[in-house]
Design a protein around this ligand. Structure first.
Ligand code: PGA
Length: 251
C-alpha cells in the first residue's frame, strides 16, 4: 500500500513572513488528517522560516528546484546540500521550468542524480503539452521524459523517488484532466517505465501523483483512481481551507 502524498507547490508566491502565516493557518488542519503525507514547497527564501515551524510536524518541506553542482562559480544557483540542510524533498523538472527556463530531460536527469546524492527525495515532474496531447503523442512524450529523466539512477528503495504526472495544459488553467485519463497515462507510460528501470518491487512502491488544477471539488475523483497516489497542487495549495480539504479527500 502506498501512503498518499498531497504536496503543495507554492511557486513564486509568499514572502517568508507570508509563508509563515500560511503554515500557521494550515498546520492544525493538516495534522488532524492521518494516513496521508503532506509536503509544502515554498520559495527558497521562505524555506528556513517554514522549516522552523514544521520541525516537529508531519508536514515535510521541499524546494522547487536544485542545481546539480555542489559548489563553485555558478551565480544564483542553489546546491543540493544547501537544500538538504532544510528540506527532505525537491521538485524537479516542473513544466514551468521546462517551458520558461530551458529545462530538458538531460538537466532533469542531472538534478535528480544530484538530489539523490544529497539524500533528497526528488519529485520528478513529467507531462505532455496541449499540442502533444492533441497529436496523440502523450504516451510517447511521457515515457521519454521518464526514461531520459531517470536514466542511470540508483534507486535502492521506492521511498527515494516520487513522480508527478502533470499534463501541461491542465496546470493553472482550471481545466483538470479526466481522472481516468490520468490513471491511464500513469498505468501505461509511468509505472511500466519504473518497472523497466528499477524492477517491479521498487516500482510498485514509488508514489505517482497527479497535478494540474486539483481542487477540493475534484480531488476525490483523482484519489479514487488506483494509479493516483496523491496530488501536486499549485493554486489551491495557497489556500489553507482548500489544501486541507484536498488532504482530507486523500485520507
Ligand atoms: P495548479 O498547478 O494546481 O495551479 O494547476 C499544479 C502544478 O503546477 O503543480
Amino acid at each position: 500500500m502506498r501512503t498518499p502524498l498531497v504536496a503543495g507547490n507554492w511557486k513564486l508566491n509568499k514572502t517568508a513572513a507570508e509563508a509563515k502565516a500560511l503554515i500557521e493557518e494550515m498546520l492544525p488542519g493538516l495534522e488532524a488528517v492521518t494516513n496521508v503525507d503532506n509536503l509544502v514547497c515554498p520559495s527558497y527564501l521562505a524555506i528556513p522560516a517554514v522549516a522552523e515551524l514544521l520541525k516537529d510536524s508531519k508536514v515535510a518541506l521541499g524546494a522547487q528546484n536544485v542545481y546539480w553542482e555542489e559548489k563553485g562559480a555558478f551565480t544564483a544557483e542553489v546546491a543540493p546540500n544547501m537544500v538538504a540542510e532544510f528540506c527532505e524533498f525537491v521538485i524537479i523538472g516542473h513544466s514551468e521550468r521546462r517551458a520558461y527556463f530551458g529545462e530538458t530531460d538531460e538537466t532533469v536527469n542531472r538534478r535528480t542524480k544530484a538530489a539523490l546524492g544529497a539524500g533528497l527525495i526528488p519529485v520528478v515532474c513529467v507531462g505532455e503539452t496541449l499540442e502533444e496531447n492533441e497529436a496523440g503523442r502523450t504516451d510517447e512524450v511521457v515515457s521519454r521524459q521518464m526514461r531520459e529523466g531517470l536514466a542511470g539512477l540508483e534507486i535502492k528503495s521506492a521511498s527515494q523517488l516520487v513522480v508527478a504526472y502533470e499534463p501541461v495544459w491542465a496546470i493553472g488553467t482550471g481545466k483538470a484532466a479526466y481522472p481516468e485519463d490520468a490513471s491511464r497515462v500513469i498505468g501505461k507510460s509511468i509505472r511500466p517505465v519504473l518497472v523497466e528501470l528499477f524492477g517491479n518491487e521498487i516500482a510498485q512502491g514509488v508514489r505517482v501523483l497527479y497535478g494540474g488544477s486539483v481542487k477540493p471539488e475534484n480531488a476525490r475523483d483523482f484519489f479514487s483512481e488506483e494509479e493516483v497516489d496523491g496530488a501536486l497542487v499549485g493554486g489551491a495549495s495557497l489556500k489553507s481551507a482548500d489544501f486541507i480539504a484536498i488532504t482530507e479527500a486523500a485520507a
